[in-house]
Write a protein that binds this ligand. Structure first.
Ligand SMILES: [Zn+2]
Length: 91
């Protein structure tokens, strides 16, 4: 979080806004959960667990949108989908 969503003051890393005193702790927790999901998605992707990476990246993105989570979600979806294509031999 870069700014307080209520008043726009620069976020200084505390649980409440220094200017308007809005409680930001819930937003901070959601942001952390999103980051944790993204890290787990990256690990799953590196382990070629594309379905898990897709779910985790999707969860990360739904908690807090980020371009990196969206890109990872798209790559994982593509690769997870590719795994579902039945093998048809050499024809
Ligand atoms: Zn504020």
């Amino acid at each position: 979080m870069e700014k307080c969503p209520a008043c726009g003051a620069v976020y200084r890393g505390r649980d409440c806004c220094h200017r308007c005193k809005t409680d930001l702790s819930v937003l901070i927790r959601v942001e952390k959960q999103s980051g944790d999901c993204f890290k787990r998605a990256v690990t799953a992707f590196q382990n070629r667990e594309y379905e898990a990476a897709l779910l985790l990246a999707d969860r990360s993105r739904s908690l807090k949108f980020s371009k990196k989570a969206e890109r990872l979600r798209q790559y994982a979806a593509e690769l997870a989908g590719a795994e579902r294509v039945p093998c048809t031999g050499e024809s």
